[in-house]
Write a protein that binds this ligand. Structure first.
Ligand code: S3P
Ligand code: PEP
Length: 417
C-alpha cells in the first residue's frame, strides 16, 4: 500500500484522537498476566506486536512466530525458558533473525535455562525447553538493549528466590527498565533498581488487580510533529487521549522536547486528554539532544527539525542500528532524497540547517513503522509518497485513519510496489 500525501490546507477545527494503550506497557502486562491470571488489563495496545505476544502466550508446545516484534521476542524467550514444561521454537521475521539476542540467552543459560540456536549463534530462531530456574543471581551487559533486562525482570517473580540482576557497562533506555519495575510494583511485587543492581522478589500469588494502560506516547509523537510543522495555521489544535502527567513511559519527554520546537501541551486531568497547539515563540537555530532514554523518538524529531529548517545534533542513538531496520542509515537515505545535508555515525546524527525541501519524493520505509509515521507530518511542507504504508500496524494500526482526521491530504493506494 502507498500513502500519497498532498500539501493541502487542513482544518483548524478541534480534532480529537484516541490512541490505544502503550505497546511497551501492554506487552509487559501480558507476560505478568500469564503468570498471575488474577490481573485484568484495560486499554490494551491494538498493535501487531501486542497481538503476536498474546497469541504466543497461548502456546506451550510448538512454533511461535513473533514477526517483527522485538519485545515479544525478548520477553517470550525469558518466559518460555522459565516455564516448566514449555517446548517452543521461537522465531520471527527475516529482520528479527538479524536482531541479536545472545546477551539475554547467555544470562538465561547462566540461570540454568536450556536454549539452543537453530540458525546463527546469538540470533533467533531459538529452541527453548522450559524448566524451573533455581538460581537467583545474574549479570548482564546493559548497553545494547534494555529489553533483555526487562525480560529477566518480568520472569523474576516466577523464580523460587526471585532475582538479583547486576548491570554491566552503561545502561541504555533506562526509562523502559523503570517502567518494568513500576508495573511489577503496581501489582504488588517488591523490587528495586539502584547503582546498577536490580532486585525482584519471588511471588506465588497476587491479589485481584485491574490495570488501565495509559495510551502510547511514542504514537503521540507524530501529532507533536504535525503541530510543530503546522506553521501559520494558528488555530490548529489536536486533543489526544488517554494521557496523564505521571506517565511510566519515557517518551512522555515529548512534552519538554516539543515545547522547545513550539508546541504547547495542556493536560486535562479530568478526561485524561492532552491538547497540543502551536506556541507563538521563536524557534531555536538548532536542537541538541541525547536520546539514549527515548530512542523511539529519534526519527520523529529528526524529520520535524528538517521540516522546520533547523539543524539538530542527536546523540545516544547506538541502539538504532539493531531496531526494525538500521534507522540511522534509513533516516540518512530518505532525508537526503528530500534535500537534507546529514551525517550519521554509530550513535549520532547531525542534520544541517536547510531552507529547501524537494517535492514529490517517494519515501521507503524499510519495514519500519516509525519510518512511515515519522515522515507523514512532512506533508504539511511538501507533497510526498510513502511506500509500504501498511507497516504502521506494528505499533499503530489506526495511524492513517487518525492522521486523515486532522485533514491532511491523504490518499491510500492498494497496490504492490
Ligand atoms: O522495552 C521496551 O518496551 C522497549 C525498549 C526500547 O528498546 P531498547 O531497550 O532495545 O532500546 C524501545 O526502543 C522499544 O521500542 C521498546
Ligand atoms: C524498536 C521498536 O520495537 P521493538 O524493538 O520492540 O521491535 C519500536 O517500536 O520502535
Amino acid at each position: 500500500m502507498k500513502a500519497i500525501l498532498k500539501r493541502e490546507n487542513f482544518p483548524s477545527k478541534n480534532i480529537e484522537i484516541n490512541i490505544s494503550g502503550s505497546k511497551s506497557e501492554s506487552n509487559r502486562m501480558l507476560i505478568l498476566q500469564a503468570q498471575f491470571p488474577s490481573i485484568s488489563i484495560e486499554n490494551l495496545s491494538e498493535s501487531d506486536d501486542t497481538k503476536v505476544l498474546q497469541e504466543g502466550l497461548k502456546t506451550t508446545k510448538g512454533i511461535v512466530d513473533v514477526h517483527h516484534a522485538g519485545t515479544a521476542m525478548r520477553f517470550l524467550t525469558a518466559y518460555f525458558a522459565a516455564k516448566d514444561g514449555a517446548e517452543i521454537i521461537l522465531t520471527g521475521s527475516q529482520r528479527m533473525q538479524e536482531r541479536p539476542i545472545g546477551i539475554l540467552v547467555d544470562a538465561l543459560k547462566s540461570l540454568g535455562a536450556e536454549i539452543e540456536y537453530l540458525k546463527n549463534e546469538d540470533f533467533p530462531p531459538l529452541k527453548i525447553i522450559g524448566k524451573s530456574l533455581q538460581k537467583s543471581e545474574v549479570k548482564i551487559e546493559a548497553n545494547v538493549s534494555s529489553q533483555y533486562i526487562s525480560a529477566l525482570m518480568l520472569v523474576a517473580p516466577m523464580l523460587p528466590k526471585g532475582l538479583k540482576i547486576s548491570l554491566e557497562g552503561k545502561t541504555t533506555s533506562i526509562p523502559y527498565i523503570e517502567m518494568t519495575l513500576s508495573l511489577l510494583k503496581s501489582i504488588g511485587i517488591k523490587g528495586s533498581f539502584s547503582n546498577n543492581e536490580i532486585s525482584i522478589a519471588s511471588v506465588e500469588k497476587i491479589e485481584k488487580t485491574s490495570l488501565v494502560i495509559e495510551s502510547d506516547w511514542s504514537s503521540a509523537s507524530y501529532f507533536y510533529s504535525l503541530v510543530a510543522l503546522s506553521g501559520e495555521k494558528k488555530n490548529f489544535e489536536i486533543a489526544l487521549s488517554s494521557f496523564s502527567k505521571d506517565s511510566l513511559q519515557g517518551d512522555a519527554a515529548l512534552v519538554q522536547i516539543y515545547d522547545s520546537l513550539g508546541v504547547r501541551t495542556v493536560f486535562d486531568a479530568s478526561n485524561r486528554t492532552i491538547s497540543l497547539s502551536k506556541k507563538n515563540t521563536e524557534l531555536p537555530d538548532s536542537l541538541i539532544l541525547d536520546l539514549s532514554n527515548t530512542p523511539d523518538l529519534a526519527q520523529t524529531i529528526a524529520v520535524t527539525c528538517f521540516g522546520l529548517g533547523i539543524s539538530c545534533k542527536l546523540t545516544g542513538l547506538h541502539t538504532l542500528k539493531i531496531k526494525e531496520t538500521d534507522r540511522l542509515l534509513a533516516l540518512k537515505n530518505e532525508l537526503e532524497k528530500l534535500g537534507a545535508t546529514i551525517q550519521v555515525d554509530e550513535s549520532s546524527l547531525n542534520l544541517e540547517k536547510s531552507s529547501k525541501i524537494n517535492s514529490n519524493i517517494t519515501i521507503e520505509t524499510y519495514q519500519d513503522h516509525r519510518m512511515a509515521m515519522a515522515f507523514a507530518p512532512l506533508s504539511l511542507k511538501t507533497n510526498l509518497t510513502i511506500n509500504n504504508a501498511e507497516v504502521v500496524s506494528k505499533s499503530y494500526p489506526n495511524f492513517w485513519n487518525d492522521i486523515q482526521k486532522t485533514g491532511v491530504g491523504l490518499e491510500l493506494m492498494n497496490f504492490d510496489v
